[in-house]
Design a protein around this ligand. Structure first.
Ligand code: ADP
Ligand code: MG
Length: 331
């Protein structure tokens, strides 16, 4: 989608970061239950509450789910990856750090093919997928003057899936999210329920004049929880940036929030206040080393995914690309 401004025509550039909750009965480094909707603080082990001396033990099944997802995205599986501590203080993060992966993620570059309404397809680059823990939840609406903390989510396994800045319109971003969700559901690695928060999206948005080779400065819209809202947020944000630049202003790198009631994005913090997370390898965890034969076995057992199924439907039943796409969109 192009935006007609007062000074010319603008192109939108978008990269998405998706947090997908791994479908697993237990957490990433503890045996605590992950079921949605339980009473607060009933699914919390000593590890999740960061009691002194507790040690994380990696959940093999969560690793398997991440590898399957990487394979489903046609991505590089890194046979050696490292867990790092991402340090920050927050009331819902009892350890004072999140265990994540930084320079050596479990999955590297891949591709996701998006299907557009006119029946054409386009390949979008996947930069990486890494495993990390979720934090707890601060509940601000339970008491007039107090915030409560629910640690049920603390330690639940997430896959952060980062795209290249290859998307060019809200529609493409929507198509990307729907396709990613379909693949996750076919694989059974994430239930993709955005309303329950098991898939959340950060949208990075910048604009540039058509023909320009360089990217503009981006803003990151945090934690949007529906495909429609992601599309609305991008559309609003791109317009805002075009208007700002055309009025002589400059876009500053910022984290913004989308207000779905008003349909606008608002500044949350600027890059000067960006966190310095002091990442370092978690000394409680050894590097994660996978055997190639194990990865090959998972690859051989992958189910038929939407793209392959779509091709098969087109070939076997002489359907149009559009019709086949509609039929395979849901598992
Ligand atoms: P950070 O860790 O600060 O979020 P990354 O370099 O990992 O930064 O980028 C995060 C996301 O931002 C990726 O999805 C990437 O594609 C996207 N991105 C990077 N530069 C731009 C840009 N100029 N415009 C839009 N998206 C961008
Ligand atoms: Mg980011």
């Amino acid at each position: 989608m192009l935006i007609e401004g007062k000074t010319g025509t603008w192109e939108i550039v978008i990269g998405l970061e998706v947090h997908a909750q791994v479908s697993s009965q237990a957490k990433l480094f503890s045996g605590a239950d992950t079921s949605f909707g339980a009473e607060p603080n009933t699914q919390v082990s000593f590890v999740d509450a960061a009691f002194p001396g507790m040690l994380p033990v990696i959940n093999r099944y969560c690793v398997e789910q991440a590898v399957k997802t990487g394979l489903g995205l046609g991505a590089q599986i890194n046979l050696r990856s490292v867990f790092d501590r991402k340090n920050y203080f927050y009331a819902d993060l009892p350890a004072g750090y999140q265990i994540s992966q930084y320079t050596q993620p479990i999955v590297g570059k891949g591709t996701l093919t998006i299907d557009l309404p006119d029946g054409t397809s386009r390949d979008i680059g996947i930069t990486r997928l890494h495993l990390e823990q979720d934090a707890g939840k601060s509940m601000h609406d339970q008491h007039p003057t107090k915030t409560f903390v629910d640690l049920n989510r603390s330690g639940v396994a997430l896959m952060e899936i980062v795209s290249e800045p290859d998307l060019r319109s809200p529609e493409e971003a929507g198509a990307y999210l729907r396709k990613l969700r379909a693949i996750l559901r076919y694989l059974g690695t994430c239930d993709g329920n955005m309303e329950e928060g098991s898939m959340r999206c950060d949208a990075n948005v910048s604009v540039r004049k058509v023909g320009s080779r360089e990217f503009g400065t981006r803003c990151e819209i945090k934690n949007v929880n529906s495909v429609r809202f992601v599309m609305q947020a991008i559309e609003y944000e791109a317009r805002r940036q075009v208007d700002l630049v055309e009025e002589g202003g400059t876009v500053v790198q910022q984290t913004r929030l989308f207000d779905s009631g008003k349909g606008v994005t608002r500044s949350m913090r600027s890059k000067e206040h960006a966190h310095d997370y002091r990442y370092f390898p978690d000394p409680d965890l050894l590097p994660l080393v996978l055997e190639k034969s194990w990865v090959d076995k998972l690859k051989a057992a992958l189910p038929e995914l939407p793209d392959a199924k779509k091709d098969r439907f087109i070939a076997s039943y002489k359907l149009s690309a559009y019709d086949a796409g509609v039929l395979v969109a849901e598992k």
